[in-house]
Design a protein around this ligand. Structure first.
Ligand SMILES: NC(=O)C1=CN([C@@H]2O[C@H](COP(=O)(O)OP(=O)(O)OC[C@H]3O[C@@H](n4cnc5c(N)ncnc54)[C@H](OP(=O)(O)O)[C@@H]3O)[C@@H](O)[C@H]2O)C=CC1
Ligand SMILES: O=C(CO)COP(=O)(O)O
Length: 311
C-alpha cells in the first residue's frame, strides 16, 4: 500500500490463499489482518505466482520461518534481475541462518536487500509517519529502492549494511520479550529502561562479532525498533513477554499471534555463543522459552551478575 501510494506504480499483492485474494480484490480491504484500511488503487491482489513475473522488486513479508519455503516457490518464477527485499525479522530455526543467507542459498544471483525498522503495519497502512531503513551490499540499489518506496509519511532511509539491519530486526524481538516479562512481573519502569539499555549493549556486541557495523544498530533497525517494541503493548513480542510475566503458559502467551522473538531466541543465543558474545538478556529469554529457567530464577540471574564497567 505504501509503495503504491508513494509512486503511483502498480503493485502485485501475491498471497497464498486464492479465496482471500479474491475477497480482497472485491472488497479492497484485508479484513483479517488490516480491517478498515482501503487498498490503494494500484494494488492488485492475486494468488497466482505467475503475476509476479514482471515485478522489478519483490517485498517478501511472510514470517521468518516461512522464508525458505516461500522463496523456493517464488524465485524460479521471478525476473532474474528482480530485487528481493526481505522484510521478515528473525533467524531461521534449525539452521541458525540469517535470512539474507537463506535468500542467497535459495535464490543465488538475486539482488538481496533488507527492509527493517520501527513500523507497526497498522501505522504504515493508516499513513501515520514511519521511518525505516533499507540496506543492500549494493548501496546504489538500496538508494534506488528506498527512493521508490518512500512517500510523504513513509520515509525509507538507505544503507549498505544488510547484516546490521537484519540483526537489529531479529534481535530486538527477543529482547522485547524480556522487557514485556519484566513489566508483566511488576518490576517497574526503571527495570524496563535498564533492560532496554543493557539489551542495546548486547545488540552492539553481537553486531560487532557478526561483521555488522555497530553504527547501523544505533539507527532505525536496532535502537529505533528496540525502543518501539520494548515500550509498546501493541508489540506482539512485548505482549507475549508480558503475558509470560503474569504467569501465562507459553501456549497462552502468544494469544494466537506471531511473536517472532519466541522462534528466534534459541538461534540468536546459538550464534552469540558461536562467536563468544555475552548476551545475558537473550540467554534469559531463551532459557524461559525452553523451560530450563523459571522467570524468578531468570531475574535473579540477571540481578546477580558480577558488577563490571558499563562500557
Ligand atoms: N506486523 C508488523 O507490524 C510488522 C511485521 N514485521 C515482520 O514481518 C513478518 C510478517 O509479519 P506479519 O505480517 O505481521 O505476520 P502475520 O502473521 O500478521 O501475517 C503473515 C502473512 O504471511 C502469510 N504467510 C504465512 N505463511 C505463509 C506461507 N508459507 N506462504 C505464503 N504466505 C504465508 C500469511 O498468510 P495468511 O493470511 O494466508 O495466513 C499472512 O498474510 C514478520 O517477520 C514480522 O516480524 C516487520 C515490521 C512490522
Ligand atoms: O517489528 C515490528 C515493529 O517494527 C512489529 O513488532 P511485533 O512483531 O513485536 O509486533
Amino acid at each position: 500500500n505504501a509503495a503504491a501510494a508513494a509512486a503511483a506504480r502498480p503493485v502485485v499483492l501475491w498471497m497464498r490463499d486464492p479465496e482471500a485474494a479474491a475477497a480482497m480484490a472485491r472488497t479492497r480491504e484485508n479484513e483479517r489482518h488490516l480491517p478498515g484500511v482501503t487498498l490503494q488503487p494500484g494494488v492488485r491482489p492475486t494468488a497466482d505466482v505467475a503475476d509476479l513475473a514482471e515485478s522489478e522488486a519483490v517485498l517478501v513479508v511472510t514470517p521468518a520461518q516461512t522464508l525458505r519455503g516461500v522463496l523456493t516457490a517464488l524465485a524460479p518464477r521471478l525476473r532474474p534481475d528482480a530485487a528481493l527485499i526481505l522484510c521478515a525479522k528473525g533467524i531461521e530455526r534449525g539452521t541458525d541462518a540469517f535470512l539474507t543467507d537463506v535468500a542467497a542459498e535459495v535464490a543465488p544471483g538475486a539482488s538481496v536487500a533488507v527492509l527493517s525498522g520501527p513500523s507497526f503495519a497498522a501505522d504504515v497502512a493508516r499513513g501515520l509517519p514511519t521511518a525505516v531503513t533499507l540496506a543492500s551490499r549494493d548501496g546504489a540499489l538500496a538508494a534506488a529502492l528506498a527512493a521508490a518506496l518512500s512517500g510523504p509519511t513513509f520515509r525509507v532511509y538507505h544503507g549498505s549494511d544488510p547484516r546490521g539491519v537484519e540483526i537489529g530486526g531479529a534481535a530486538k524481538n527477543v529482547l522485547a520479550i524480556a522487557c514485556g516479562a519484566a513489566i508483566g512481573r511488576g518490576l517497574g519502569e526503571s527495570a524496563r529502561a535498564a533492560l532496554v539499555a543493557r539489551s542495546f549493549a548486547e545488540l552492539m556486541r553481537f553486531a560487532r562479532a557478526w561483521d555488522a557495523r555497530p553504527e547501523t544498530l544505533m539507527g532505525l533497525s536496532g535502537l529505533g525498533d528496540l525502543v518501539l517494541s520494548a515500550a509498546s503493548a501493541q508489540s506482539r513480542n512485548f505482549a507475549f513477554g508480558e503475558r509470560l510475566g503474569r504467569g501465562a503458559s507459553l501456549a497462552e502467551a502468544s494469544g494466537g499471534k506471531l511473536a517472532e522473538g519466541a522462534l528466534t531466541a534459541q538461534g540468536l543465543v546459538a550464534l552469540a555463543r558461536r562467536r563468544g558474545v555475552e548476551m545475558p538478556v537473550a540467554e534469559a529469554v531463551a532459557g524461559l522459552l525452553s523451560g530450563t529457567l523459571g522467570l524468578d530464577a531468570a531475574i535473579a540471574d540477571l540481578l546477580g551478575r558480577p558488577l563490571r564497567a558499563e562500557i
